[in-house]
Design a protein around this ligand. Structure first.
Ligand SMILES: [Zn+2]
Length: 351
């Protein structure tokens, strides 16, 4: 935690259009690194702290990468400091900002035409947990600035000639990028769904939705009531999903992804039946990539196993996905119960 002077406030546009205010500071050393910029949370925070330009502020560097402003030293405020008024327009495209009821953030409503939002969506789609395309923001910026990409579907029409025309792009880099784009066609449906960047649909929610609605067509056809029936999906997420599929440009993009062979449906649930799990008691915890939790329950039972809700000395093994509950993990480790990964489990069943 350190005290420094706030020089001015700038604004960033995220891929969903959310506007983040950023404090630009006199450089200050915090736990070994020089901090020049810090998060200002949202408009309410700025109003509540009555921030002025030139104010001395307290900066904190927690576990997050971006330091945060946590307080203002109003006693040492200069008399001539200008009060900070939150911007009313998008810093990138100039659209008037909107604020939805019950939300802290202001949004740029120009989802289709705002360059920062478009580039943000392209970057998000390429993320490791999404389509996993090995490309940096600088290359995306280059491709975007030359009108070679606008939506994520455009990645699949890039040619070697186009890439080689970029400054500093050699044959090896072009081949590597095209291979990586091609490899993204093998990514599971849930990862692609996450990559589409639907607001409020993070990695875990994408897996839940993909598990409950086994293709993107089924998801697009789902009503609000059907969406809310999905485990952990509330009204806010349901409304966002409905809105996404209601936009013609998104439907068009999905058709373009389908045409180039992107996976838009989950793997059919093949529940091999047998007695491989006879006499075994299984606990399932976390989220999974290949099948939903309900499907795994069905697979366990179809193979003679018994499901249990909590870990005990009678548990044979835990089928452990990502984000497994820490208390379950601790208990399993204490009792010496085996944690089996999704892949190990599928190998055991399908062997
Ligand atoms: Zn904008």
């Amino acid at each position: 935690r350190a005290r420094t002077r706030l020089r001015y406030v700038s604004y960033q546009v995220g891929r969903t259009g959310a506007i983040t205010p950023v404090a630009n500071l006199d450089p200050v050393l915090i736990s070994g690194t020089v901090v020049r910029r810090a998060s200002l949370h949202n408009a309410d925070f700025i109003a509540e702290k009555d921030l002025h330009e030139g104010d001395y502020v307290y900066v904190e560097k927690g576990g997050e990468i971006i330091p945060k402003i946590v307080g203002v030293d109003t006693d040492s405020r200069a008399i001539d400091g200008q009060r900070i008024v939150f911007t009313e327009v998008c810093p990138d495209c100039g659209s008037a900002l909107v604020r939805e009821q019950g939300e802290a953030a202001y949004y740029c409503p120009n989802a289709e035409g705002c360059p920062q939002q478009q580039k943000g969506r392209l970057e998000h789609y390429c993320g490791r947990k999404a389509a996993d395309i090995n490309i940096g923001p600088e290359t995306i910026e280059l491709l975007y600035s030359r009108d070679m990409i606008r939506t994520v579907a455009d990645f699949y029409h890039l040619t070697e000639g186009q890439l080689l025309s970029l400054p500093g792009f050699k044959q090896r880099a072009a081949t590597k990028l095209l291979d990586s784009i091609e490899a993204s066609k093998a990514r599971p449906y849930s990862a692609i769904l996450f990559g589409l960047g639907i607001r409020f649909v993070g990695e875990t929610v994408a897996k839940k939705l993909a598990g409950a609605h086994l293709s993107i067509d089924a998801l697009a056809a789902a009503t609000a009531e059907e969406l809310i029936r999905t485990d952990e999906i509330g009204e806010r997420i349901a409304a966002s999903v409905l809105h996404f599929f209601s936009l013609p440009q998104n439907r068009q993009m999905i058709e373009q992804l389908r045409a180039v062979g992107i996976k838009l449906e989950g793997e059919a649930t093949v529940a091999p039946t047998g007695d491989r799990l006879a006499g075994k008691t299984v606990v399932i915890s976390g989220t999974f990539e290949h099948h939903s939790r309900d499907e795994y329950k069905a697979i366990v039972e179809a193979n003679g196993g018994r499901m249990a809700g909590s870990v005990s000395s009678k548990t044979s093994f835990v089928l452990a996905g990502t984000d497994m509950g820490p208390s379950k993990r601790e208990k399993a480790e204490k009792l010496g119960v085996q944690l089996m990964s999704e892949e190990e489990f599928l190998r055991l069943i399908e062997a």
